[in-house]
Ligand binder design. Structure first.
Ligand SMILES: *Cc1c(COP(=O)(O)O)cnc(C)c1O
Length: 426
């Protein structure tokens, strides 16, 4: 059908399309990239990926493109736009283990070039934009996608338009989008309104859509798991826990696990848990209520703006992932999110609010006996501490409304003399 047996498939109907300029099926359904595993088994191996590890040869220094056969086999070196990204650290800190109550480690995706895991998908989707000869790209964003789009588009020499909910985006993220030169359109409404608008506008104005409905984003984000597995010397953990907003990342994780297993590169199937914020948890409610379809949350609310999404695009894929891996869903309050964040921060690791949902959720699943104390758990920290300084400072100053911080570390005002310093250090 197309080169190397790689095609797009509608995730519900299974209808196949050649790899071409489209992000949805004819019926408007979600697409995914589908591989010929027999052909792939002949050309990929742990040895191949290990040989590339640490390479200075383009593009293998990237923790995404090192796995290129499983990411975008049709992209040639001349198309690839890479910072490079990935190769993020895995932190095992005693304080984190104690807090979660199991053998927990944090995979810090905030160490990507623009400070979130979005870069892993964006390097691939922007590469595809270049391959297709696009001039303009667009996204709706709670912040991190726009930062990533703006940076990668600038590097590729493409113009970018970002649709952001007015007044609901963290400052670190907005500043990035503006600084990297995206045209920022502030939408009166929330993320879901921005998402609807950008899909219509892209179709009518010929902009290449870079939200996670774009199947190439998902391909790139699979590399969080590939990277993690390689880091752990190809031994899967028992659980991988991720914050869940638009549900693209959990979908990517499940696809990565499935493909590694198909290729015989996986020792066991890790269970995947998706964690939502209490005020913004339609996916959690669907799974818990054994409902067959998602009912959108009209007024999503949470301090974790990156997962403040009421009508997640990829719920069908995400549901399949929870079922396939024997995984779980959890829901956590803003209090739980911010306290977990304070713990992660105080380890010297640090993350933005949404990221800490994974840690808060892992703790809750251990407390509920779903994750066992002897399990190895990897919590994905999706974004950098510096993305949302307001949330951090306001937590420590006890200025987040409705919250009583357990781990507040507020600054103290003193007059400039040693006596006072001694007094406060005593
Ligand atoms: C985008 C994002 C998420 C949510 O990921 P989805 O794929 O939308 O579920 C979580 N945390 C951070 C920091 C993000 O930027």
């Amino acid at each position: 059908m197309d080169s190397n047996g790689v095609v797009f498939k509608d995730v519900v109907s299974g209808k196949a399309y050649p790899i071409e300029d489209r992000v949805r099926s004819d019926e408007g359904g979600l697409l995914e990239v589908s591989y010929d595993f027999d052909a792939l088994r002949e050309c990929v191996s742990k040895e191949l990926f290990d040989k590339r590890l640490g390479s200075r040869t383009f593009p293998y220094g990237s923790g995404v493109w090192r796995f290129r056969e499983l990411i975008h086999p049709l992209a040639e070196d001349k198309h690839i736009v890479s910072r490079p990204e990935g190769n993020t650290n895995l932190y095992a800190h005693q304080k984190l283990k104690t807090y979660v109550g199991a053998s927990a480690a944090a995979k810090h995706e905030g160490e990507n070039p623009t400070g979130s895991f979005k870069d892993r998908g964006m390097t691939v989707a922007i590469t595809e934009a270049v391959r297709l000869g696009k001039r303009s790209v667009a996204c709706a964003s709670t912040g991190n996608t726009s930062a990533s789009v703006a940076a990668y588009a600038a590097q590729a020499g493409l113009s970018s338009v970002v649709f952001i909910p007015d007044g609901e985006i963290a400052y670190g993220k907005l500043s990035q989008a503006l600084a990297y030169g995206a045209r920022a359109l502030q939408i009166q409404g929330n993320f879901d309104d921005a998402m609807r608008l950008v899909e219509d506008a892209s179709k009518q104005l010929g902009l290449y859509l870079l939200n996670s409905v774009n199947p190439w984003r998902i391909e790139g984000q699979k590399s969080i798991f590939f990277d993690l597995l390689q880091q752990r010397r190809w031994k899967a953990p028992d659980w991988v826990v991720v914050p869940a907003g638009n549900l693209g990342n959990i979908s990517a994780l499940g696809k990565a696990i499935y493909e590694m297993d198909e290729l015989g590169l996986l020792d066991k199937i890790p269970r995947v848990a998706g964690v939502q914020a209490e005020g913004s948890n339609p996916f959690y409610r669907m799974i818990k209520g054994s409902e067959q379809a998602l009912s959108a949350e009209e007024h999503p609310k949470t301090v974790a703006t990156a997962i403040k999404i009421g009508n997640p695009v990829s719920w069908q894929k995400a549901k399949a992932v929870v079922e396939y891996t024997g995984g779980a869903v959890e829901s956590v309050s803003d209090q739980e999110i911010m306290d977990a964040k304070a713990v992660v921060d105080s380890c010297g690791i640090g993350c933005e609010p949404a990221s800490a949902a994974s840690v808060a959720g892992a703790k809750k699943l251990v407390d509920a006996g779903v994750i066992s104390e002897s399990d190895e758990v990897v919590c994905v920290l999706t974004g950098n501490l510096l993305k949302d300084p307001d949330a951090t400072v306001n937590y420590h100053l006890k200025k987040l409304s409705g919250l009583s911080p357990k781990y507040s570390n507020a600054p103290v005002k003193i007059t400039p003399n040693v006596k006072e310093v001694r007094h406060y250090l005593a």
